[in-house]
Design a protein around this ligand. Structure first.
Ligand code: KG4
Ligand code: ZN
Length: 325
């Protein structure tokens, strides 16, 4: 059963064809990262316009690469939130147009749920319950999943998301945008020597990264940073320590069978290694290209929603603040 996935929630225009929720037949991504880099972050209006230009060619390429015809498809899955409203609208309206013209069912997918389902594209045999750490530019959530489509958020960030913290720290250090990969790269030659604080928020599984960011800014302003590599390594280690420790605490408390990593920050090597080293259960991580925004994860999630009868209609709308519930 083949599903076309479409993703335009942020700054990647993506389309993919996935078979039975697990086999990727195509995975096309047109990144706008170079366009936004000159502004030091995503400009929503620019993102929407770029999606309009890219979406049709990207969908065509995904269909061609998968050697699929419209009548090979069983459904269209599309991200309808959370994200930038103007960006989401482009994907949702294209998905509706195709659904209407080709008489196909349409399935709205939560972007975060999509990130989690990237793990079903790893080929691993996953049994529930699992704990998911979703760490992206907009979210740092710890989610307990007892079955397909069943989510309980046990922790979330109280201020900056993990990816946002990486982006802001990189900006402070003059490392450019996007910050995560830049910090990871700079950190390879450094050591955790700045003594940056970890915010544990004892008794809660929530996260907080703004104090860490402020501590880094103070050291930069005071001229205390002698090595950019050490600053990057110290910042990265402070974020990773808290993410790993809290995720493992949740896994133990709920007797999870696996830990699933999801979202752009899950491509961080130090996070992956440290989680695998300390976890009592297996840690699943999607390959790098499936950690950041893509449409294969949306098609995979769409498959499980379709199986559960969770199908939408042409009244499907975008919800910029859509929650995972
Ligand atoms: O999931 P994603 O592609 O888009 C959102 O839905 O937000 O995540 C993007 C975020 C950015 O903040 C980026 O800096 C961060 O993920 N990121 C990383 C790495 N690669 C991307 N953070 C840390 N280490 C990385 N290697
Ligand atoms: Zn994302």
């Amino acid at each position: 059963m083949k599903i076309l996935g479409i993703e335009t929630s942020c700054d990647e225009t993506a389309a993919a064809v996935v078979e039975d929720g697990v086999r990727i037949l195509s995975n096309q991504i047109a990144s706008q990262v170079g366009i936004h880099a000159r502004y030091g972050g995503i400009v929503p209006e620019v993102a929407s316009r770029q999606h309009v230009l890219s979406i049709i060619p990207v969908v065509r390429q995904a269909m061609t690469e998968a050697e699929a015809n419209w009548n090979d498809l069983e459904a269209i899955a599309v991200t309808n939130g959370p994200g930038l409203a103007g960006s989401l609208l482009v994907g949702v309206n294209v998905a509706k147009a195709i659904a209407l013209a080709q008489k196909l069912p349409i399935i709205g997918v939560n972007h975060l749920e999509g990130h989690i389902y990237a793990n079903w594209l790893t080929g691993a045999d996953i049994s529930f319950p699992v704990v998911c750490l979703i760490v992206s530019g907009g979210h740092s959530d710890l989610v307990l999943m007892r079955g397909h489509g069943e989510y309980v958020t046990v922790g979330r960030t109280r201020d900056d998301a993990a990816g946002e913290a990486f982006d802001k720290a990189a900006r402070v250090l003059g490392l450019g945008y996007p910050g995560g990969p830049a910090i990871e790269q700079a950190a390879t030659a450094g050591a955790d020597s700045l003594g940056l604080p970890r915010s544990w928020l004892k008794g809660s599984y929530d996260f907080s990264f703004s104090g860490l960011k402020t501590a880094l800014i103070h050291q930069v302003k005071a001229g205390e940073i002698s090595s950019l590599a050490d600053a990057a390594a110290s910042f990265q280690q402070a974020v990773v320590d808290v993410l790993v420790e809290k995720t493992i605490m949740v896994a133990r408390e709920y007797q999870a069978r696996h830990i699933l990593l999801a979202g752009g920050v899950a491509s961080n090597g130090q996070l992956r290694q440290q989680m695998m080293k300390h976890s009592p259960v297996s840690v699943l991580v999607p390959e790098l290209i499936l950690c950041t925004d893509n449409a294969a994860m949306i098609a995979a999630c769409g498959y499980y929603r379709f199986q559960a009868g969770k199908i939408d209609d042409l009244a499907l709308d975008v919800v910029a603040g859509l929650r995972l519930a």
